[in-house]
Design a protein around this ligand. Structure first.
Ligand SMILES: *Cc1c(COP(=O)(O)O)cnc(C)c1O
Length: 366
């Protein structure tokens, strides 16, 4: 059944091995952030089998799916007050920034007789989650009174919202905050967490301050792209995940729509170039499954003309492949594409176990 999201597990394992080796050399503990593939259990199992001991996701529903994996579980998104019972059940550590939430967490832990770890998030400038550095002392003093919680770490998140890049200044600021926390709580912090895939190059270039011992890595691990410069790392695979969709209509048609023009299904007024009569394929996948502009056909001679909720329209005139009705078209996808595709229940998920070469040959336009 199509459409399909395919994971080349060997490529994934390769990425993990390389990153694990690099991070071990630099003394950095890696948490694998798996939210990009909606906590695909079989793939997550392989990640853990490859030596990753800590897994993170932004959604508690995903961590619940992964509860049987033998790894530490970290909840990345600041928890909702309405989900705290699940948080203490399915996460060992959660990222936090709100005292009110921590009071409630503490109470639930008290009731259940458990202790929950928190990573106190500091906003060092990206202006997404976290307390401000000048608030660290007051927050820590208060958290230290909550008997059923412990501060497992201090962390920062940058680049995702404000597009702020790691710098000596914001990394050092995190270390200062961590020192301040440690001096109050009087026990060592397990993690001083220097960010996500945008801090990857700082790690490999030895630019992380010594005290930073942890990164939370998603995109670079899943698709080989570090997000400081946006480069694909030459040692890593970016095509760990690919999309396959099936041709349901193949016809020669004029390239210009005909009739009185209003707006399309998404309220846009499209423009068209008259290229005469072209060979067009409709493939059975749409914006309900994958966001627009997040994919590219393997075949460089195929042009994407557009998509609506359930249809994708391709110009296949220039393709030298023998495309027919029922042919499977393969696409590269980026991180955003992976995110939407893995979330869609209409998309089949499949793992390829063959070697790297074998997978290239699945471009079987039968
Ligand atoms: C998504 C996320 C990450 C991972 O980000 P990548 O850029 O994919 O490495 C790390 N930390 C938090 C808090 C996140 O939400």
């Amino acid at each position: 059944m199509y459409p399909k999201l395919v994971c080349n597990i060997n490529k994934m394992k390769h990425n993990i091995q390389i990153i694990k080796k690099l991070s071990d050399e630099k003394g950095i503990i890696i948490t694998a952030v798996v939210k990009g593939m909606s906590a695909w259990t079989a793939v997550c199992q392989e990640i853990v089998s490859s030596g990753i001991t800590s897994i993170a996701d932004s959604r508690i529903a995903n961590l619940k799916k992964l509860m049987h994996l033998d790894a530490e579980k970290i909840l990345l998104r600041i928890p909702m007050k309405s989900e705290l019972r699940d948080v203490v059940c399915y996460a060992d550590i959660s990222l936090n920034s709100e005292l009110e939430t921590l009071y409630a967490l503490n109470e639930i832990c008290e009731e259940k007789g458990i202790r929950h770890g928190i990573m106190l998030m500091i906003d060092v400038g990206d202006r997404r989650e976290g307390i401000l550095p000048e608030e660290v002392k007051a927050y820590t003093l208060e958290i230290a009174t909550l008997q059923n919680l412990f501060i497992a770490g201090v962390g920062m998140n940058i680049t995702c919202y404000g597009a702020i890049l790691p710098s000596e200044e914001n990394l050092e600021l995190l270390v200062q905050c961590a020192d301040e926390v440690a001096s109050i709580i009087k026990y060592p912090l397990k993690y001083i967490s220097g960010g996500n895939s945008s801090s990857f190059l700082c790690m490999t270039n030895s630019l992380l301050p010594k005290k930073i011992n942890h990164l939370r890595l998603g995109e670079v691990l899943l698709q080989g792209r570090e997000t400081e410069t946006g480069e694909i790392l030459s040692d890593l695979h970016s095509d760990t995940f690919t999309m396959e969709a099936e041709v349901v209509e193949l016809k020669w048609k004029p390239s210009l729509p005909k009739g009185r023009q209003g707006v399309d299904a998404f309220g846009n007024k499209p423009n068209f170039e008259d290229k005469g009569v072209r060979k067009r394929a409709i493939v059975a996948i749409g914006r309900q499954d994958i966001n627009a502009n997040t994919y590219a056909p393997f075949d460089p001679n195929i042009e994407i003309l557009g998509s609506s909720s359930d249809h994708m329209i391709l110009d296949v005139t220039e393709s030298t492949e023998n495309i027919k009705l029922g042919s499977i078209i393969q696409f590269h996808i980026n991180y955003e594409g992976l995110l939407s595709l893995s979330t869609s229940k209409y998309v089949e998920k499949e793992i390829y176990h063959e070697g790297d070469e074998a997978v290239l040959s699945i471009l079987s336009l039968s």
